[in-house]
Design a protein around this ligand. Structure first.
Ligand SMILES: [Zn+2]
Length: 212
């Protein structure tokens, strides 16, 4: 499996060549041309992408989707509830929660992508990865676990080769975000992980247990 990290002004997207070609997240609305360029540099085009593993509904992870379709992206989006419904506009983030209210506000800038939204659940397999529902940062956040590598999104962020929790101010439910780290430490036994914010982390399963 080949992973290309695509750094997009403070957030990472990834292109993964494994049993299929998948994009992990889609960056900001304004970073679409950088993402497209990075994909081209791997020798692929967006039209070849078989699916998008969406970690959660936040502007820096889904904001680019709509414009990427104009650049040829034509693949299903794999998303867990309730973030899937926020993305296809069948429901709205809760206003009574600070992060929910923020998602609602920022959601004005997230255009509904014209791509099929496939709902995933805990334990599903997508593109050779096990879906691990990891709520906390958002209610429908997911991680994708492979045998060797995992994509953790914003369940944690990376700093100086270790993990730390996302600031609770940016989380939907800080208690749940901590339980999510325990779940990841139990479920992931591989070494390398890729996160939404920060560099790849090696020796990840051990470092997750340290964070617990
Ligand atoms: Zn986020």
């Amino acid at each position: 499996m080949d992973t290309t990290s695509i750094e997009l002004r403070g957030v990472n997207a990834y292109l993964v060549e494994g049993e299929s070609l998948v994009l992990v997240d889609a960056g900001w609305p304004w970073s679409v041309s950088s993402l497209e360029k990075a994909v081209k540099e791997t020798g692929h085009t967006l039209a070849e992408v078989d699916g998008v593993l969406v970690k959660h509904y936040d502007l820096d992870h889904v904001g680019g989707l709509r414009r990427l379709t104009r650049s040829g992206l034509d693949a299903p989006l794999y998303v867990a509830e309730p973030d899937a419904s926020f993305l296809d506009r069948t429901s709205k983030p809760l206003l009574c929660n600070r992060k929910g209210a923020f998602q609602r506000l920022v959601g004005v800038g997230i255009r509904k992508p014209s791509l099929p939204v496939e709902r995933v659940e805990d334990g599903d397999e997508v593109a050779g990865f096990e879906v691990c529902v990891t709520p906390g940062h958002t209610p429908g956040h997911v991680a994708h676990l492979g045998d060797e590598v995992a994509f953790l999104g914003d369940a944690v962020r990376a700093r100086k080769g270790a993990f730390e929790l996302m600031p609770s101010l940016m989380s939907y439910d800080a208690g749940e975000a901590r339980r999510t780290v325990e779940k990841l430490a139990e479920r992931f036994e591989g070494g390398a992980t890729y996160v939404g914010h920060g560099a790849p982390v090696e020796g990840a399963s051990e470092k997750l247990r340290e964070l617990v």
